[in-house]
Design a protein around this ligand. Structure first.
Ligand SMILES: Cc1cc2nc3c(=O)[nH]c(=O)nc-3n(C[C@H](O)[C@H](O)[C@H](O)COP(=O)(O)OP(=O)(O)OC[C@H]3O[C@@H](n4cnc5c(N)ncnc54)[C@H](O)[C@@H]3O)c2cc1C
Length: 630
């Protein structure tokens, strides 16, 4: 290790951009901002550098990532809505962040989700070109809504379990409708289908493999893994001058400095838990709370850490009498790892290991919906090891013999409950206090209750044929609405979509404006999942890629920067899919053809916002990326 040498080198330089957090958003920004060779970029990542570890590369390797060295292992603190339980929150701690430890679903949510943000410059029409810009659609879906040639690959999983195929038939027969592209905004999101995934040729596509590896030989990009940003440094005019960081596991607790060039910016990309924590440790947040922890207030921003949103989930699980059919039992042979799927993946990058387990499912409007689908169903071709879905992921590797079965994870896809993140200490190494706020809005409980009922109904259909089995969770003792509600409260878990804690917007509760600059200071932006003002109805990784892509465009070309308007504009209705029926068993919905103006709007936006060709192409044959790890 060359810790001291590399820290001296970092201290001797100054940078145009310092990126705090090398996760999904950080990796994209590191690539884009260093691409033309004119800007110097330093990225500091607290986690490890080995994003190419085989457990990360194999999608099914996720079973070994929960509660591992790649996981921050957060948990919430006594959820009021969940009978005082703590809810476990996995978060990636490695270059690539949570995109290295997630379940790879490639999902945007609906056009209406973005129009509902009501943030100038971030409507569906504004953001669609950026979704497409980073995308590499390997499936040949509608070019109106999908891009090719980008780095963020979208593909089909190269494996389908017979139980998953049966689920699709059962769901369709039951009346849920079908959907072969959940990212096509010209049709409703409802229906069951195969989810697309962020995988490249059967391997996980993470922020690090997609974006960072591309920049690996650039001399103007320095990446320091295994280092924790403690705080942002400011001068008397509240202008960022750089950061203070330390090395993870360094017993001497030495603090190091990295400096910005004049006019440079610190870009906070530490994710929905750590970004507000880092702002607060830097003196940006609710003044009273900062003072309680002896932190000098640089900017009183009450919204920092508020507005925490997530997708809460609950499980219905069945046994099947058919032996050896579930993905879990196929992964085992006499209680040990089955070498056949491993060989299949190593030789051909196909088979069972290309699946993270929950790549079939659908969206449903339950009776609790207010227009958009409120329920996402994720189907798993496995019996749950416990009623809390996260337990199955963590316990799998410790369980030798697994019973066969199938499960439905009900997810409140547009949950309305909000929690908050607060400091436990001014020391960045002390985990913050997380109040998930789960079920604080009663409509989320109503959605999950409908989800449990729907999962039960689906699981009992005759269409399962020889697979049809007996319900294990919630089980026969849980029948009335009250009993179902108690089951949900006692087993609720996260579907891993933490967002919102550095809210983007124009109101007093916003932490960043539409240009993602932090209120009350100069030279700091937050660009990651924490700026999402309202959780989209779908997984949050691809929206985070879009946010970083859009931000990179205006960082490099300030003319593209969204401006706060005098008045909030009328919601763009051009690309909103027609609302779906509010019922669990919906009729077949015929999608409206997209209006012609959609493509015109998008094409015009893409042309207008296309970046100029870089003048100075980086010389790539020289030094490797300067990546060090403490
Ligand atoms: C288990 C799981 C399953 C998921 N499934 C899906 C899915 O199927 N599809 C999908 O689209 N999304 C999914 N997500 C969500 C998606 O991965 C995240 O929304 C996305 O990664 C957020 O990107 P980010 O850049 O905001 O944060 P992250 O990717 O989490 O990156 C933040 C980075 O900052 C680093 N960091 C934190 N604090 C500091 C500090 N002080 N100094 C330096 N570095 C720091 C962290 O180590 C991390 O690498 C899942 C997430 C999890 C955890």
């Amino acid at each position: 290790m060359h810790i001291v040498a590399s820290q001296n080198k970092i201290a001797a330089e100054s940078y145009d951009y310092i990126i705090a957090g090398g996760g999904l958003a950080g990796c994209l920004l590191a690539e884009r901002l260093s691409a033309d060779g004119t800007k110097s970029v330093l990225m500091i990542e607290a986690g490890r550098s080995d994003y190419d570890n085989i457990k990360i590369r194999i999608p099914a390797g996720i079973l070994r990532l929960f509660r591992s060295v790649y996981d921050w292992q957060h948990e919430t603190s006594g959820e009021k809505g969940c009978n005082g339980r703590n809810v476990f929150l996995q978060r990636g701690k490695v270059l690539g962040g949570s995109s290295c430890t997630n379940v790879c679903l490639h999902m945007r949510g609906s056009a209406q989700d973005y129009n509902d943000w009501q943030v100038p410059g971030w409507s569906a029409a504004d953001v669609l070109p950026y979704f497409k810009k980073s995308q590499d659609d390997q499936t040949g879906r509608s070019p109106e809504f999908h891009g090719t040639g980008g780095e963020w690959v979208m593909d089909e999983v190269k494996y389908q379990n017979p139980l998953s195929a049966t689920f699709l038939k059962v769901g369709e027969t039951y009346g849920l409708g079908t959907n072969d592209d959940f990212n096509n905004w010209s049709r409703p999101q409802t229906g069951v289908g195969r989810y697309q995934v962020s995988e490249k040729k059967g391997e996980r596509c993470s922020g690090a493999t997609a974006f960072l590896s591309k920049a690996s030989k650039r001399k103007n990009l320095v990446v320091q893994a295994g280092a924790m940003v403690r705080n942002i440094d400011f001068d008397d005019s509240k202008t960022a001058t750089g950061i203070t960081y330390d090395l993870m596991g360094d017993d001497t607790c030495t603090k190091f400095k990295a400096s910005l060039k004049e006019g440079g910016e610190v870009i906070v990309c530490s994710g929905a838990i750590a970004s507000p924590q880092l702002l607060m440790c830097s003196g940006i947040g609710p003044a009273e709370h900062l003072e309680e922890h002896g932190i000098t207030v640089v900017s009183d921003v009450p919204g920092v850490g508020e507005n925490l949103q997530d997708h809460p989930a609950a499980v219905v699980s069945f046994k099947t009498p058919k032996k050896g059919v579930s993905v879990t039992s196929q992964l085992r042979l006499f209680g040990f790892t089955n070498p056949i799927p491993v060989l299949k993946w190593l030789l051909f990058k196909t088979g069972l290991l290309t699946s993270t387990g929950c790549d079939h499912g659908g969206f449903v409007c339950t009776a609790a919906s207010d227009g958009q689908p409120d329920l996402q169903v994720r189907f798993l071709a496995a019996k749950a090891l416990g009623p809390d879905g996260m337990t199955t992921f963590t316990q799998f590797r410790h369980t030798k013999i697994l019973e066969d079965g199938y499960s439905f994870q009900s997810v409140a896809a547009r949950a309305k409950s909000c929690g908050r993140i607060r400091l436990a200490s001014s020391n960045i190494h002390t985990k913050p206090i997380i109040d998930g706020g789960y079920l604080s809005d009663p409509s989320d409980l109503a959605t999950l209750r409908e989800g449990i009922k729907l999962g039960r109904q689906l699981g009992q259909q005759d269409g399962w044929g020889e697979y049809k089995g007996e319900e294990v969770y919630p089980g026969p003792d849980v029948q009335t609405d009250e009993e179902i509600d108690e089951y949900i409260k006692n087993t609720l878990h996260t579907a891993n979509a933490l967002t919102g804690t550095c809210k983007m917007g124009c109101g007093d509760d916003a932490v960043v404006g539409p240009d993602l600059r932090v209120r009350g200071v100069n030279g700091v932006r937050v660009i990651d999942s924490s700026v999402i003002p309202r959780i989209p109805g779908g997984q949050t990784g691809t929206p985070t890629v879009m946010i970083a892509e859009r931000a990179a465009a205006f960082l490099l070309n300030p003319e593209l920067e969204p401006q706060p308007p005098a008045v909030v504009p009328v919601v763009d209705e051009v690309i909103s899919a027609p609302p779906a029926e509010a019922t669990t068993v919906s009729e077949e919905v015929t999608a409206d053809e997209p209006q012609e103006t959609v493509s015109e709007v998008i094409e015009a936006a893409v042309e207008e916002e296309a970046e100029p060709e870089p003048e100075n192409e980086v010389v790539e044959e020289e030094e490797e990326i300067q990546t060090t790890e403490a």
